[in-house]
Design a protein around this ligand. Structure first.
Ligand code: SF4
Length: 372
């Protein structure tokens, strides 16, 4: 079954580290955009059926931007459109939100429409750090958001944290973890800040008070341990969950399963092909034209994405590639010995999986392990 992703490209300001596609939007533009997405969902279901791909999905994810800025009624309409055209049985339906004191009505509306998971952009439990990140909310508002979500009926809640941000210390990062633990959410995503070219942070990168590489590594490892201590087990480089609360939608990306993404900047992997929409709201509203991005689901990609997961890869992961998969696994198993000894890979043979220490050097490690 497919995963569905709808990109909601509206934000009420731009955070200085952000390179996602988002912009301010008038109500009339939001309405036009919702209609365009409704139309695209219908067109894509028809197109896929013609190509022999059943238009059936079991996850729907509203990402952004700031999806709550679209309003509860429009999100509800899009959930209904997805249900109508893609069946969506027993689906995980996630909506990303940014903390605010005014989300009670929004939560009631989307919960009634079938949304059952929220991903809340907390980033830090310290207002000074939030300010440095250009965020437009406080930690108190994040706690109120969690409370309002629970009152509306949501129990599957995730909080986003950022690590190695300007002014953050090891102690303040750990107290942000404590804040999440006290709120009792079953899922946390903890991302290391990456200063991306083209962002205001990039232009100021030499003067930003950022931790050095060693401090960043210590912080990541301490946060991984603290989250596990709080009962949230690491299942991906940046993701931690109580058992059964892993993000079903995001697991599709890492397990190389297929998904359809709609909206400017959204990526897809459907029927063996990857494609994406250009980062232009104007073009998407006028005439959405996906750009081809080659074949997906190759052996290399399966290894690359699978190694992001704590479960790693086994011979079974590469079974769809037959003899080539068997040979690739055997070659990687052989190359992995010194990294197991160094504590970068888990020790159990027959299974290649990184430890948190390994995740810190995942790109280099994957490059070493990948078969020629
Ligand atoms: S709220 Fe999120 S998507 Fe919007 S600018 Fe900030 S980081 Fe980017």
């Amino acid at each position: 079954m497919l995963g569905l992703y709808l990109h909601i490209p509206f934000c009420d300001g731009k955070c200085p580290y952000c390179d996602f596609y988002s912009l301010a939007g008038e109500e009339s533009v939001k309405e036009e955009y919702t209609r365009r997405l409704e139309k695209e969902l219908a067109l894509w279901a028809e197109k896929l059926a013609k190509e022999g791909v059943p238009p059936v999905a079991d996850t729907l994810y509203f990402g952004g931007g700031t999806p709550n800025l679209l309003g509860g009624n429009r999100i509800a309409r899009l959930i209904l459109a997805a249900k109508e055209h893609f069946s969506l049985q027993n689906a995980e339906i996630t909506v990303e939100v940014n903390p605010s004191s005014e989300l009670s009505g929004f939560f009631r509306e989307i919960f009634a429409a079938g949304a059952n998971r929220l991903s809340i952009g907390l980033q830090s439990a310290h207002d000074k750090e939030l300010k440095a990140l250009g965020r437009r909310h406080t930690a108190q508002q994040a706690a109120e958001t969690v409370e309002a979500a629970r009152k509306a009926g949501f129990s599957n809640l995730s909080l986003d944290l950022m690590l190695a941000t300007p002014g953050q210390t090891l102690e303040s990062a750990l107290s942000s973890v404590q804040f999440c633990a006290e709120l009792g959410v079953p899922h946390v995503s903890a991302y290391l800040l990456k200063v991306e070219p083209g962002t205001p942070y990039w232009n100021r990168r030499d003067s930003l008070p950022l931790p050095d590489e060693d401090e960043t590594a210590d912080r990541y490892l301490a946060v991984c341990a603290a989250l596990e201590q709080a009962g949230l087990m690491q299942y991906e480089i940046s993701n931690f969950a109580a058992p059964g609360f892993e993000s079903r939608h995001n697991l599709k990306y890492w397990r190389c399963e297929e998904y359809l993404g709609l909206g400017p900047g959204a990526h897809s992997f459907v029927n063996g092909k990857r494609f994406y929409y250009p980062r232009s709201l104007h073009d998407f509203l006028e005439s959405p034209q996906p750009i081809e991005d080659g074949d997906g689901g190759t052996l290399e990609e399966t290894v690359l994405l699978g190694l992001r997961l704590s479960e790693g890869i086994t011979p079974q992961t590469l079974a769809p590639f037959g003899k080539a998969g068997e040979q690739a696994f055997a070659a990687m198993e052989k190359k992995s010995r010194p990294y197991r000894a160094a504590g970068l890979l888990k020790p159990e043979p027959g299974h290649i999986a990184m430890t948190p220490k390994g995740f810190l050097v995942s790109n280099e490690l994957i490059a070493e392990l990948l078969p020629e």
